[in-house]
Design a protein around this ligand. Structure first.
Ligand SMILES: NC(=O)c1ccc[n+]([C@@H]2O[C@H](COP(=O)([O-])OP(=O)(O)OC[C@H]3O[C@@H](n4cnc5c(N)ncnc54)[C@H](O)[C@@H]3O)[C@@H](O)[C@H]2O)c1
Length: 354
């Protein structure tokens, strides 16, 4: 197969960096766009420059560019100068809670930035597969309407029909999303529209909890990564609401990128997929705390606040049936224990380096 020219946005972030490394290893030419805006959103702990440096050492052909996806002219020029075969769009303001403080910036990065990229692709490479990383927050808190039962450590769906989790038919309006969920919906619908209206091969992946060793985890984004940091540093952690029994499904960044690869080889126009770790990789806050304590041998210093985060999911498990039916070679390959063990090792190494 002829090597591709690939654009990855958010290339210093968790998913973008995994995509860069994986695709570079396969011999493709990967251009990465990232302006370290995670540091602007979250301050020094969100700085992704360490990951950029790591990537430079780990790749052979990777070309990083510090472009802001809000810069429409800059984006157009990039597309004019490079004929992309594949675009993987992961740059974002990724935090549910942060968005309320930076409403305009959140909209400009998530919604407008995505339209800038879609429009540039439409003009310069409409046949290139375009992958947009969306979020399960587009469903707002509609998943909370599912009947639930409570066990000692978690909430779970009580109707057997919901056992495999939330599928793509869940409604996306008339629910509370947070401004982040709203700006991502705008981008999600635009991406679908470029698929349907212009027949471009655009895939939309609505992520559950995406995780892995390259996350610059901060309190407002990257729950497992941040919890691990807290465990290893002895800092305090707050669990918000639902008695700590809220459930998330976690997927390793490698399995996310494998889904992108399957889509890129056989793209469809405007298709939406839920993408998470599924039931087997689901864990509640309480369960995560005790599993991480076991793994690290360190007690987590956590407190409970009655007030749940606005629009937070009580139990979210991604139903993966549609993705698996369209791409049968894809599946979750990293289980929770192996994800956590890898993250503990990476976090220890990262904190030793300072
Ligand atoms: N991590 C999760 O749990 C999760 C869950 C669901 C969906 N998602 C989505 O997946 C995608 C990737 O998430 P992630 O966890 O890798 O996030 P991340 O914050 O680790 O990476 C995003 C990267 O984009 C860069 N960026 C931000 N604004 C930019 C701009 N204007 N121009 C150029 N670069 C910019 C940041 O510096 C950062 O390195 C995002 O769209 C996010 O909304 C993530």
């Amino acid at each position: 197969m002829k090597p591709w020219t690939i654009l990855v946005t958010g290339s210093s972030g968790l998913i973008g960096s995994e995509a860069v490394e994986y695709l570079d290893r396969q011999g493709h030419k990967v251009i990465g766009v990232d302006n370290n805006m995670r540091r602007v959103f979250f301050g020094p702990p969100g700085d992704t420059l360490w990951n950029l440096e790591r990537l430079k050492g780990a790749t052979r052909r990777f070309i990083p560019i510090a472009l802001d996806i809000r810069d429409r002219e800059g984006v157009m020029t990039l597309f004019r100068e490079n004929r992309f075969d594949l675009i993987i769009h992961c740059a974002a303001q990724p935090s549910h809670d942060k968005a309320a403080d930076i409403a305009i910036l959140d909209f400009e990065v998530n919604a407008l930035g995505t339209v800038n990229l879609l429009e540039a692709a439409r003009h310069h490479c409409p046949e290139a597969a375009f992958i947009f990383m969306s979020t399960n927050k587009v469903y707002g808190d509609a998943p909370n309407e599912k009947p639930m039962r409570e066990t000692e450590t978690r909430y779970d769906y009580s109707d057997p029909a919901d056992y495999e989790g939330i599928d793509e038919t869940c409604r996306i309006d008339r629910t509370m999303h947070s401004l982040f969920g709203a700006s991502k919906i705008a981008a999600d619908i635009y991406a679908q529209e470029y698929g349907r209206y212009f027949k471009m091969p655009v895939g939309i992946f609505r992520g559950g909890c995406l995780t892995g060793p390259s996350h610059s985890g901060v309190e407002l984004h990257g729950f497992l990564s941040y919890l691990l940091k807290v465990a290893l540093s002895g800092k305090a952690y707050t669990v918000f609401g639902y008695k700590g029994k809220q459930v998330r499904d976690n997927i390793h960044s490698f399995d996310v990128v494998r889904a992108f690869e399957e889509f890129a080889r056989n793209p469809r126009a405007g298709e939406v997929y839920n993408l998470g770790g599924g039931r087997t990789n689901s864990i509640s806050m309480l369960e995560a705390i005790s599993r991480i304590e076991e793994l690290t041998g360190q007690k987590i210093n956590w407190a409970y606040s009655e007030e749940a985060r606005k629009g937070d999911h009580i139990c979210y498990i991604s139903n993966l049936a549609k993705l698996k039916s369209h791409y049968p070679s894809w599946g979750v390959t990293r289980n929770l224990d192996s994800i956590l063990e890898e993250m503990v090792a990476a976090e220890r190494e990262h904190s030793q380096k300072g």
